[in-house]
Design a protein around this ligand. Structure first.
Ligand SMILES: [Zn+2]
Length: 367
């Protein structure tokens, strides 16, 4: 863990690694309130998030500030609705004001942040907290865009990852302010597979924590990707029973297709799964004329695109019983690209038997 503020090279590296789209405002690497106040930015202990309560705030944040009392810069970065962040300053910025000591201590300790209580004392948040202004009117109706929220999570995570902090180092102005600041708040268009939701610091921290649990190059799965992650249902069978002669391995030709959400299996039969795919399920057989104690062997076999046998999987033995033989054989495997899977039977008896029914039921995840 380091509490020395990031230098420009470290900023660029951390943001690029985390997939933050950003531009650099001229002069950002020398902009800050350090010289004017005689107070050096750092050690840093966390990130403070704000909404702008306005539009087109770059001029205000970088150059104008709020009069003589609150000179610029008013944040380290501005996050417009486009989601493309603007780096404004790398020095001390006027965004946090006084933070209640009880809240500030919780950010440092990464424990639950209590309601800010001025009677516990105050800390100058501008000395110790990075500040981000996120464009939003703050009226409770103006919506943070998807792109904006995605960058928002990434920016906080980039800083936490650089410093070795957890998401407990991420705070909102409303959690530290002794003046009752309400920001940030408002509805969010969506994030990852999530649709519209109401911004909360708890949710932002959860989303930052999720990012930090992954490599910086990670992206949250989209709703479309989540759909693809749903398994396809495959249910195949036999249009008619058939005779199986003894002595050789024989493919089960699935001639009936009741459900096939992954491929055209009946057309590809005897293939029931084509890689890359992961599947799990079973095939249920009814054999007629399999004499008691005679054996039919069942196995999955893996073929390549040229139709060459590449791998045989373990054998399941089905033993004949009086009055028809029933068996359910499990089918679970992952196969790579260019591989396909068949179910094969070997009649080990002396006589023909009838494969009266073969019902295959699997859930399959492509890829
Ligand atoms: Zn604020």
């Amino acid at each position: 863990m380091t509490t020395t503020p990031m230098n420009p090279t470290q900023w660029r590296g951390a943001l690029r690694a985390e997939g933050v789209p950003f531009t650099e405002l001229e002069g950002w690497t020398s902009r800050g309130r350090d010289a004017a106040t005689g107070k050096i930015f750092g050690p840093v202990n966390g990130v403070l998030n704000h909404h702008t309560a306005g539009r087109n705030s770059l001029d205000l944040i970088a150059y104008r500030g709020q009069g003589a009392a609150v000179p610029p810069p008013l944040a380290h970065a501005l996050l417009p609705k486009t989601g493309r962040l603007v780096l404004v300053a790398d020095g001390r910025a006027n965004h946090a004001g006084l933070a209640a000591k009880n809240s500030f201590d919780a950010i440092v300790a990464e424990t639950r942040i209590p309601r800010p209580d001025k009677s516990t004392g105050t800390v100058d948040g501008n000395d110790h907290l990075y500040g981000l202004e996120v464009e939003n009117l703050g009226d409770g109706r103006d919506v943070y865009t998807r792109a904006q929220y995605d960058t928002w999570v990434r920016w906080n995570a980039a800083i936490c990852r650089f410093h070795g902090w957890g998401a407990g180092s991420v705070a909102g102005h409303l959690e530290t302010s002794i003046e009752g600041k309400p920001d940030p708040k408002g509805p969010v268009e969506g994030y990852g597979r999530r649709g519209r939701f109401t911004f909360t610091m708890a949710q932002l921290r959860a989303d930052v924590a999720e990012r930090l649990a992954h490599a910086p190059s990670w992206s949250p799965p989209t709703a479309e990707e989540a759909d693809n992650a749903m398994p396809g249902y495959v249910n195949l069978g036999l249009a008619h029973g058939y005779q199986l002669a003894p002595g050789t391995w024989d493919d089960v030709e699935f001639t009936a297709e009741w459900a096939d959400e992954t491929d055209d299996h009946a057309a590809n039969s005897p293939t029931f799964a084509k890689g890359p795919i992961t599947f799990t399920g079973s095939v249920a057989f009814r054999f007629e004329h399999l004499a008691p104690a005679e054996v039919v062997q069942v196995r999955m076999s893996e073929y390549d695109d040229a139709g060459e046998l590449r791998a045989n999987h373990p054998i399941h033995e089905v033993i004949g019983t009086v009055g028809g033989t029933y068996a359910v054989v499990p089918l679970t495997k992952r196969i790579g690209p260019g591989r396909s899977m068949r179910v094969r039977l070997l009649n080990q008896g002396e006589d023909n038997i009838e494969v009266a029914s073969a019902v295959l039921t699997v859930l399959a995840w492509e890829g």
